[in-house]
Design a binder for this molecule. Structure first.
Ligand code: ADP
Length: 375
């Protein structure tokens, strides 16, 4: 916290000597805090100084002999990303000042309007903000480490559960089909255990797929969405036949649908959404599914529309959470509640978004975006 600092070390980077003089004079007027100012006149000198002295804050003019405007902020930020930067701008440079904040500066002061109170306020705020940002960065890192640990744990647990479960399933099958004179109640109970074991097997398979989703962007390659969708439809062929589903694909407006994606993940994404669209229909209805794509400025926007049971508005966000199923249909439709969480993880890992629009008894449309690859 700033009140713990006895002296604040300021690096003033300013080539205009009268401006530098004014600033230093304003700083000297401060009585509540002691400020040490080191003054340099160029970016190169600033970087040399930063290597030798621990500064608490940098006051940075943007037009220097060896650098101009945003280049100056970028250069200094690159060399001192953990020190707060307060940019000094001219009267009409508000736009550049704001753009500087996007490049890593914490605040700006307009030259000609500066007084000592403003300087100390800017310095205090800049230091506080930078400290808070550093704390958030550490917390984010901790959170992402513990998420990774959880995912590794889920993988290990589910992997190790598979073997004993297979033994249970084969043993029950042996008893059911080889044992003679089993009582009817025993047969019923054994079948119940068998069903529960199959459900558990499905859950383990889904958990394993979830924890295997690859975060490594380097494993992305250029893939053709048309080919992926064709492959997915052939994987789902028996489900399509059984449910009498009609699937319309409209990709005709675009010659090429190449995206930078992990091909396995892209198949999982389409497969989960199309399979859900076929499953969540009323029992007396055949699914009609429309798969479309639209090119936006920076994204491909895919949509998968069904004529199914629909999802109430209050459930439309939570179904993307792990293990979330809608109670009212959980009894009628089997599932694990992992599919959409997996879709969300895949889409976000590849820089996209996923959401749903839906109306009860009319149907749902799931949308997701994929960034248009830069060629
Ligand atoms: P699962 O299908 O295994 O339950 P998902 O994560 O794929 O898991 O889906 C979560 C829940 O979202 C489902 O249980 C279902 O209630 C709802 N849901 C998903 N897709 C649809 C859909 N196309 N139409 C209606 N409800 C859906």
């Amino acid at each position: 916290m700033i009140k713990d600092l006895e002296i604040i070390n300021v690096l003033l980077v300013e080539d205009n000597l009268p401006d530098a003089f004014l600033l230093k004079r304003n700083v000297k007027k401060l009585t509540t805090i002691e400020v040490n100012v080191t003054h340099v006149e160029s970016c190169q000198e600033a970087v040399l100084c930063l290597k030798q002295i621990n500064f608490d804050v940098i006051l940075l003019d943007l037009s220097l002999p060896d650098s101009h405007n945003l280049e100056t902020v970028r250069y200094i930020y690159k060399n001192a990303s953990d020190i707060p930067i307060v940019v000094l701008t001219g009267l009409n440079d508000e736009e550049i000042a704001i753009a500087s904040l996007r490049e890593g500066a914490q605040d700006y002061l307009v030259k000609g309007e500066i007084n000592s109170n403003m300087i100390i306020r800017a310095i205090r705020y800049a230091i506080e903000r930078k400290q808070k940002l550093a704390e958030i960065k550490i917390l984010n890192q901790k959170l992402s480490n513990s998420n990774q640990e959880l995912e590794n744990y889920a993988y290990l647990v589910s992997h190790d559960l598979k073997q004993p479960l297979q033994t249970i399933i084969s043993s029950i099958n042996l008893v059911l089909y080889k044992e003679e004179n089993l009582k009817e109640t025993s047969i019923k109970l054994l079948n119940l255990i068998l069903d529960a074991s199959f459900d558990m097997n499905e859950l383990i398979e889904d958990l394993l797929s979830y924890s295997r989703i690859d975060k490594n962007k380097e494993n992305s390659v250029m893939v053709d969405c048309r080919k992926i969708v064709d492959k997915v439809l052939s994987n789902l062929d028996s489900q399509i036949q059984e449910s009498n589903a009609i699937i319309n694909i409209d990709f005709d407006d675009y010659e090429s649908l190449m995206v930078l994606y992990n091909p396995t993940n892209l198949s999982q994404l389409f497969q989960n959404l199309i399979s859900n669209a076929m499953r969540y229909v009323s029992k007396n209805q055949s699914p009609i599914i429309n798969i479309n794509v639209e090119k936006q400025k920076d994204n491909w926007l895919f949509s998968i529309q069904d004529n199914g049971i629909g999802i109430k508005e209050e459930n439309q966000q939570r179904i993307f959470n792990m293990f979330e199923r809608i109670e009212s249909c959980a009894k009628e439709y089997s599932g694990t509640g992992i599919g959409l969480a997996m879709c969300q993880k895949i889409v976000e890992n590849h820089g996209g978004d996923i959401w749903v629009k839906s109306e009860i008894s009319v149907g749902s449309t799931f949308y997701f975006t994929i960034p248009v690859p830069i060629v």
